[in-house]
Design a protein around this ligand. Structure first.
Ligand code: IVH
Length: 677
């Protein structure tokens, strides 16, 4: 393909891919399969690699992430990012309406009259606010709220959010800002917490914290994997097309933004109250969290007339839902032991309806909270469902306390294995130190070991692990590789075929690459990404075991907590035995030869141009080798080119240019020698 064909194809693919992104993430109506989509994207990425001069900053390939933001630049907002004043009751809202009418010099109408002030009611999305700047239809900058005057430039991360258009369609102003809310859908949040639990990280408190934490991550590839979403709700600029908020929201939708279908233009405050009443009940059915309703005067002339206070507009107000609270009887307190041994006290309640579900259990967090609240079995307790997913106990109804109740005595021994519990300084939770013998800890570790992103042994699920453990066949992850088919057959629901599958699954797992084995062995705080980075750096487990804490800290992503955790893990005798048994079983404890050769920083700071046909490697392989070793590929020769890697039949133009600019010309053999050094 020549340059002009490539340029055309890149443009066509970009438009097509963005159309599919929009169908999927904005319209919720995909028209092609994920597989077909991935193919298109791969094609685009390959072409852009080959012809980097045509890679645009708004290409859909930017959504995959990969660029790292070391520090987020602080930038000033073009318009200050104000907040809204809050209201909590019908009275507050009627008062707001009265002030609006007065401010506009209108006679206050009775509640049901069609007044001349129209309100737009919107959901108040619970995430982090973002200002998106567009120039000539292209996303140029995404800024977080910060202190309202200046915020962080998070453009690279924002580009990974597929519902944020990178290029607009239709008749948009040449320059404007649109504000919106970035949030995590609840099912994604649940998934993240499941994964955190698997690696022994404490769960994130709520989707809002998770979303803002994600936007501050340095590695945009991780952000891309988090599936954030974004609704827009406020347009700013000199040339916004319409004179009212609602019309501009609709215009934004037509340019490709995601606006909420639940925003409504309403005639009077009574309709606003009805809207609020409806969503107070229905909000739990939404796939994302909202914490209230936003009410805005629709007409811009009226907005202007009402103006702003120092902190917020007088033409808008937020109505905050009350966190729903109920009172019910505390029947019992039980204690759960997690995969990492952390103990969580759980309140077992007389079932009660709350936030759209029946609640039977609530978290009591830890010993301090039980003591502070003085919760006792038999008490009537207040239960609340706020932003958090698990309801919590927020207090005791002392007026209903029965005589002769006893203060709760926190357990001293593990409810599963009776080991004396420990509580470290600065830690809120007690934990069971018997990590090698406490059943939920052992089973949990095995479940993590076989999970999809670890050893991916899908013929071995949580239930079978439970059976194997209870039958005394496995006590740790190394025992799995000693299992024989004959031992499996007597187990309940274990037919010949499942037994074969299980053994085959274990066998196949011996080919799982080192970085996933490192993740699978379950070192606390070592998640998937950390394991990958460490594996790339150390290349083998033996090297990792030999590293000091200081040396570990030199790896990206390894902070003090992780370094500590790694050294504790390998200092433990039982872990040492398990690792050596896994090694004997044939698991991969070093990078493959291919991976080893690939990864280095030998070519750091060097830019290569590849031209011609080669004998030993394909051009793509050579490009990969360059990148894996820290170098950069470029499609055209310039003053910045370090080497021209020349094969047979190289174009004479390139050669001439290289010679003119004094760029060194090397052969495939020279290149190999460079890497072998
Ligand atoms: S309008 C000047 N609309 O709520 C008006 N805000 O304090 C600017 N929020 O930080 C805000 N949903 O991040 C508006 N539909 C919505 C919203 C919304 C959520 C957030 C926003 C802001 C806070 C209000």
């Amino acid at each position: 393909m020549d340059r002009s064909q490539a340029e055309k194809k890149i443009k066509e693919l970009s438009v097509e891919i963005e159309k599919h992104n929009h169908n999927y993430y904005v319209n919720d109506a995909p028209t092609i399969s994920d597989f077909e989509f991935d193919k298109l994207l791969e094609e685009l990425i390959a072409l852009e690699k080959q012809f980097p001069e045509f890679l645009s900053s708004t290409s859909p390939s930017q959504r995959v992430g990969g660029a790292i933001t070391k520090t987020f630049k602080t930038v000033k907002h073009n318009y200050p990012m104000l907040s809204l004043s809050n209201s909590y009751s019908t009275e507050d809202l009627i008062d707001f309406d009265r002030k609006v009418q007065e401010g506009l010099g209108l006679q206050q109408n009775d509640l049901f009259a069609s007044s001349t002030v129209k309100y737009v009611c919107e959901l108040k999305f619970d995430g982090l606010s973002i200002g998106l700047n567009y120039v000539n239809g292209e996303l140029t900058q995404a800024i977080t709220r910060g202190d309202g005057v200046q915020g962080d430039d998070v453009t690279t991360n924002a580009k990974t959010i597929r519902s944020i258009p990178l290029k607009l369609k239709g008749n948009y102003p040449s320059s404007f800002e649109i504000r919106g809310e970035i949030f995590l859908p609840r099912h994604v949040f649940d998934q993240i917490n499941k994964e955190r639990e698997e690696i022994g990280e404490p769960p994130l408190a709520n989707p809002r914290n998770a979303a803002s934490g994600t936007m501050k991550m340095q590695d945009s590839a991780v952000v891309a994997g988090r599936k954030l979403d974004c609704f827009v709700y406020y347009m700013l600029g000199e040339e916004v097309p319409f004179k009212s908020h609602f019309e501009n929201l609709n215009a934004a939708k037509s340019w490709g933004f995601k606006t909420s279908e639940h925003s409504k233009l309403l005639d009077n405050i009574n309709e606003v109250l009805e809207y609020i009443e409806y969503w107070d009940k229905e909000r739990f059915k939404l796939p994302f969290d909202i914490d209230g309703i936003v009410i805005k005067v629709n007409d811009y002339k009226q907005q202007l007339q009402l103006g702003f206070t120092a902190k917020s507009p007088r033409w808008a107000i937020a109505y905050k839902f009350k966190a729903e609270q109920v009172s019910t009887e505390l029947l019992d307190i039980t204690y759960q032991v997690g995969r990492t041994g952390a103990i969580t006290p759980v309140a077992n309640l007389k079932p009660v309806a709350l936030g759209g579900t029946m609640v039977k259990r609530a978290s009591l967090h830890n010993a301090d909270i039980i003591e502070k609240l003085d919760v006792r079995i038999g008490d009537f307790v207040f239960v609340e469902k706020g932003g958090e997913i698990i309801p919590k106990i927020i207090g005791v109804d002392l007026t209903k306390r029965k005589p002769n109740t006893e203060p709760t005595k926190y357990i001293t021994h593990c409810p599963e294995c009776e080991t004396l519990l420990r509580r470290d300084e600065d830690e809120a939770n007690h934990f069971c130190p018997n990590d090698m013998g406490c059943p939920p800890q052992v089973k949990g570790r095995m479940e993590h070991f076989v999970s999809r992103k670890a050893m991916n042994i899908d013929s071995l699920g949580g239930e079978t692990i439970g059976q194997l453990y209870d039958a005394g066949l496995v006590k740790n992850i190394a025992d799995l590789y000693d299992l024989k088919k004959e031992q499996l057959l007597p187990l309940e629901r274990m037919a010949e075929k499942s037994a074969n599958n299980l053994i085959e699954g274990l066998e196949a797992s011996k080919n799982v690459p080192f970085e996933r084995v490192l993740y699978a062995i379950g070192i606390r705080h070592v998640g998937e990404t950390t394991a990958k980075k460490i594996a790339k750096k150390v290349k083998s487990l033996d090297v990792l075991i030999g590293l000091t804490k200081e040396q570990l800290l030199e790896t990206d992503e390894v902070g003090g907590v992780i370094a500590e955790s790694i050294s504790d893990f390998f200092a433990n005798e039982q872990n040492k035995t398990i690792i050596s048994r896994l090694k004997n079983a044939g698991l991969k404890f070093e990078l493959s030869e291919e991976q080893q050769q690939a990864g280095s920083d030998k070519l750091n700071g060097l830019t290569f141009v590849i031209s011609g046909v080669f004998n030993k490697h394909s051009r793509d392989q050579l490009k990969e080798m360059i990148e894996f070793n820290g170098g950069k590929n470029s499609g055209s020769i310039s003053g910045k080119t370090s080497f021209l890697l020349a094969g047979d039949n190289m174009g004479p133009e390139k050669l001439k240019k290289a010679e003119k600019l004094g760029v060194k010309i090397i052969s495939e053999d020279d290149f190999e020698a460079m890497l072998a050094k």
